[in-house]
Ligand binder design. Structure first.
Ligand SMILES: [Zn+2]
Length: 115
C-alpha cells in the first residue's frame, strides 16, 4: 500500500537550538510520517467518492486518523522533552524502534501487553 518514501529536498525551517541530540531527526521523521498519512487520507477520500466505497475506506480512514493523532502526540512529547520514553514503563524506547515507528508511545514489551 505504501508507495516508497520520497525524500523531498525541503528547505530547513526553524531549528530550535536547545533540543537534545536526535530530536531533530525525530522531528524530521515525524514530519515525514505526518505528510505520508495526510497523503493517505487524501487518497482514501478520493477513492471514497462513491458511496459504495465508504464501508471499505472507513476502517482504513480511522486507522490513518489514529496514526495522525499519535503523531501529533509525539510532537507534543518532543516539545515537552518526554519523546522516546515509554509511557508504560518509563524506559527509553530503543532508537531502532523509533526509526521504524517514530510516533511509538510504548516500548515493545509494553506494546505487546497493551495488545
Ligand atoms: Zn515500556
Amino acid at each position: 500500500m505504501a508507495e516508497g518514501t520520497t525524500f523531498a529536498m525541503s528547505p530547513e525551517t526553524s531549528r530550535p537550538a536547545a533540543e537534545p541530540a536526535g530530536a531533530q531527526d525525530a522531528r524530521q521523521r515525524l514530519e515525514d510520517e505526518r505528510d505520508t498519512r495526510l497523503a493517505q487520507l487524501r487518497a482514501l477520500d478520493s477513492a471514497a467518492d462513491g458511496a459504495d466505497a465508504d464501508h471499505l475506506v472507513g476502517p482504513q480512514r480511522s486507522a490513518v486518523q489514529r496514526a495522525l493523532q499519535d503523531i501529533e502526540a509525539a510532537f507534543t512529547r518532543l516539545d515537552s522533552g518526554t519523546y522516546g520514553t515509554c509511557q508504560g514503563c518509563a524506559a527509553p524506547i530503543p532508537a531502532a524502534r523509533l526509526d521504524i515507528l517514530p510516533h511509538a508511545r510504548y516500548c515493545v514489551p509494553c506494546q505487546q501487553r497493551a495488545g
